[in-house]
Design a protein around this ligand. Structure first.
Ligand code: A2P
Length: 277
């Protein structure tokens, strides 16, 4: 399909993923099974979401060959450090009930303990041992990426960060592009806040699609991986159904003009140890 983006190590990641941040553990298996039925082949979870078991159960129950589904999970904030990160990966696989993750991320640079370089080196070790297909980071700012570049060997394959029309992090995404770090946009719909802008609803009306489809299409055309979250079957379906239209250049530009500094998630500079994501 045309859906795949190639990471620097040659591994291909489906550009449209299904995110399960804030999907209640008891609902996760059902939601992920539906997503896989609809055609999603990329699921994004994290130890901190407490729903890895549901993700793994759905992947196993789907009957799809394991290699046909791309599974991402993340190292929890409380498990930074070399030995703890290695153990955390074993525990994560156990909860997933899978032999490997396709992509393992350091979830936050964790300013309060500042051991993310150690954790990264543990992920490099897992990668060298071929226990994971690709490794990356999440919520890393330029200063954190620079530290990894100085103190470690492997450039992260991805940086998963909050990106949506009203919060685009231009400087950071530019730097990732320069270093061939794929941008994964979390909260790609701004948790819903970006869907009412007249610019978005106007374009949606012209194309006969939903505002969410317009915003997701905008991400795809900018080369972002997207992981919209939904527990609603119709929205899970429509968030995947993005092939029927293209935005014109001026439409992409009018959505890009919505930048307003509207962060909806945590700030990596201050994000506390106890919080999730
Ligand atoms: P729900 O789970 O009830 O669908 P993001 O992925 O940017 O964090 O956004 C997730 C939020 O947006 C959730 O509250 C989700 O609610 C809602 N959402 C997901 N898809 C859509 C959509 N297509 N239209 C409107 N709201 C959506």
């Amino acid at each position: 399909t045309t859906d795949l983006i190639t990471l620097t190590n040659g591994v291909r990641i489906p550009q449209r993923g299904f995110g399960v941040f804030q999907v209640p553990p008891a609902e996760t298996q059902r939601a992920v099974e539906l997503a896989l039925e609809i055609g999603y082949r990329h699921i994004d979870t994290a130890a901190a979401y407490n729903n890895e078991a549901g993700v793994g159960a759905a992947v196993r129950a789907s009957g799809l060959p394991r290699e046909d589904v791309f599974v991402t999970t993340k190292l929890r904030n409380g498990e930074h450090g070399h030995e703890s990160a290695l153990k955390a990966y074993d525990d994560t696989l156990q909860r997933l009930g899978l032999d490997y993750a396709d992509l393992y991320l350091v979830h936050w640079p964790n300013p309060s303990v500042d051991r993310y370089v150690e954790s990264w080196q543990a992920l490099e070790h897992l990668y060298a041992q071929e226990r994971v297909r690709a490794i990356g980071v999440s919520n890393f700012l330029p200063e954190h990426l620079d530290r990894l570049a100085k103190e470690s060997e492997i450039t992260p394959a991805v940086n998963q960060i909050e990106v949506h029309p009203s919060f685009q992090q231009h400087e950071l995404t530019e730097l990732c592009r320069e270093r061939s770090i794929v941008i994964e946009a979390y909260s790609p719909l701004g948790q819903g806040i970006d869907l009412d802008h007249p610019a978005v609803t106007g374009i949606a009306g012209r194309h006969g699609v939903t505002p969410a489809q317009v915003v997701l299409r905008w991400h795809l055309q900018l080369g972002h991986v997207v992981i919209p979250k939904s527990v609603n079957p119709d929205r899970i379906r429509s968030n995947f159904d993005l092939d029927g239209f293209m935005l014109a250049e001026d439409e992409v530009a009018s959505i890009s003009a919505l930048e307003a500094g509207n962060r909806v998630g945590g700030d990596p500079r201050t994000f506390a140890l106890s919080q999730i994501r």
